[in-house]
Design a protein around this ligand. Structure first.
Ligand code: PLP
Length: 511
């Protein structure tokens, strides 16, 4: 493919994407394909000769699109949003055009420096403590990771290595493997699965402490666990708290957790993968309470900042702790400006060596929408969730299971879990909207998250109509069930009666 053909293909692809996103409501949010649908349509080997791009693009429409779950549809209400925007798509395309691997400053100065710029812009937009800014003198700063899972793993690994070094000095009589065998970490049973996975990957058990009745993890629970473990000879390393849990968007009590962590020299990381976007709003200032006392923090721009996946911001109060833990050098990685205090070599802040130019899509999105546009986006999600919450409250057949939090409403059909389960099953079969279930205290519920690229009040009404009419239908069928059973019973009774009469008549005739 030469540049001329690339221009044609690229422009046609932009038109394809614009048409797709503009008309996204035309598709059911869930695809109607069965497992293996594509495998049957695809040749078993790559083509021997080059193919025309027009043919390939038409196959995207024919084979790929039918198997797409439409995450950008406003009828997507599962998980959390992963909202994209046109400027972000353009940023992704330009980054692909440059295709740099910016693991150190010299590998592409613009890649590193733009990341420093946008991470400071974002930290200020979210009103984070100044020590997280690169521009503040000190060891703090922000970096873009691929996902929240990566950010959590980086924090867990760095905390582990810091603890091992500290304990080797404190207890020189113990071997390194003895120390490693005693390490222990904490989180809440409401935290995302990636926290537990980070423990598995870091070969360090993470205790999932039971959250209290309101689904919040507080200092008292952490303190009790740490004291128990210290008495048993274990070494507490890190607590991963959550602001905006995946199940119900509950907020752990950062202040009280910080007090316990400070007392026991435990690293405190905050996973604010979804809720972090709300730090920017004055009306959500409470959410920021205690962040000045945490060691590290992550927030997914691909959830709430209209930047496409993958893009997870992470801030460190003392980045040297990560750099010291992960610094592995080779002669081919050295460059003349290494160690320059102003500019980080981000390869030391992450798991892979190579890194994408993600800052470009962030920069283009931030400039195109402005802080004002980003705040309006978060507020729109909150308002739309409030609209849905009111619809739930007005229908006596449903109940809320947790207070609405940001763009998430957790609700269920009153009665046993079976009704809610059947309702979700029906909705999934119809594919008009997509939600997932969660469970707490034995009660199953549905999570309604405001998602999609450009959701509107009419989309919320559409989802609600779909939900409530399906419950009506379900109830109708349940009511009909006993009626049918009753009719079947009556028919059996009548048949028995007729058979009896027939027998009597036969007997009479015989006599
Ligand atoms: N943390 C929370 C609170 C989440 O809700 C999620 C995903 O929804 C994650 C972490 C994992 O995010 P990622 O897919 O970026 O690793």
């Amino acid at each position: 493919m030469d540049a001329k053909m690339f221009r044609e293909f690229g422009k046609a692809a932009v038109d394809f994407v614009a048409d797709y996103l503009e008309n996204i409501r035309d598709h059911d949010v869930l695809p109607s394909v069965e497992p293996g649908y594509m495998l049957q349509q695809m040749p078993k080997q790559m083509p021997e000769s080059p193919e025309d791009w027009k043919h390939i693009l038409s196959d995207i429409d024919r084979v790929i699109k039918p198997g797409i779950t439409h995450w950008q549809s406003p009828n997507m209400h599962a998980y959390y949003p992963t909202s994209v925007s046109y400027p972000s798509i353009v940023g992704e395309m330009l980054a692909s055009g440059f295709s740099v691997i910016g693991f150190s400053w010299i590998c592409s100065p613009a890649c590193t420096e733009l990341e420093v710029v946008v991470m400071d812009w974002l930290a200020k937009f979210l009103k984070l403590p100044a020590h997280f800014l690169h521009e503040t003198e000190g060891p703090g700063g922000g970096v873009i990771q691929g996902s929240a899972s990566e950010a959590v793993l980086v924090a867990v690994l760095a905390a582990r290595e810091q603890a091992v070094r500290r304990e080797r000095e404190r207890q020189p009589e113990l071997s390194e493997s003895d120390i490693r065998g005693k390490l222990i970490a904490y989180s809440s049973d409401q935290s995302n699965s990636c926290i537990e996975k980070a423990g598995v990957l870091a070969a360090m058990p993470i205790k999932l402490l039971p959250a209290s009745e309101d689904l919040v993890l507080r200092g008292a629970a952490l303190k009790a666990a740490i004291e128990r473990d210290v008495a048993a000879g274990l070494i507490p390393v890190i607590c991963v708290a959550t602001l905006g849990t995946t199940g119900t968007c509950a907020y752990d009590d950062i202040e009280s957790l910080a007090s316990v962590c400070e007392e026991h020299n435990v690293w405190l990381h905050v996973d604010a993968a979804y809720a972090g976007g709300a730090f920017a709003l004055d009306e959500c200032a409470d959410l920021r309470r205690g962040l000045d006392r945490v060691d590290s923090l992550n927030f997914n721009l691909h959830k709430f900042m209209l930047v496409n996946f993958d893009c997870a911001a992470m801030w460190l109060r003392d980045a040297n702790k990560v750099v010291d833990s992960f610094n592995v050098d080779r002669i081919y990685l050295k460059h003349k400006y290494e160690g320059c205090t102003q500019i980080p070599d981000f390869r030391h802040w992450q798991i892979p060596l190579g890194r994408r130019f993600r800052a470009l899509k962030v920069w283009i999105t931030f400039r195109t929408l402005g802080a004002e546009g980003l705040r309006a986006h978060v507020r729109k999600h909150i308002d739309l969730a409030a609209q849905f919450e009111n619809l739930v409250k007005a229908d006596s057949r449903f109940e809320l299971v947790a207070p609405r939090a940001l763009g998430l409403v957790c609700f269920r059909a009153k009665g046993d879990n079976e009704i809610t389960s059947q309702l979700l099953h029906r909705l999934m079969e119809r594919k008009k909207i997509y939600m997932v279930k969660a469970e707490h205290g034995g009660r199953q519920f549905l999570r309604f998250a405001v998602c999609g690229m450009d959701p509107k009040p009419a989309d919320i009404q559409f989802a609600w109509t779909e939900i409530e009419t399906q419950l009506t239908q379900l109830n109708l069928e349940a009511d009909q069930q006993p009626l049918e059973n009753r009719k079947a019973g009556e028919i059996a009774e009548l048949t028995q009666h007729l058979t009896g009469l027939q027998l009597q008549m036969d007997e009479t005739l015989q006599r």
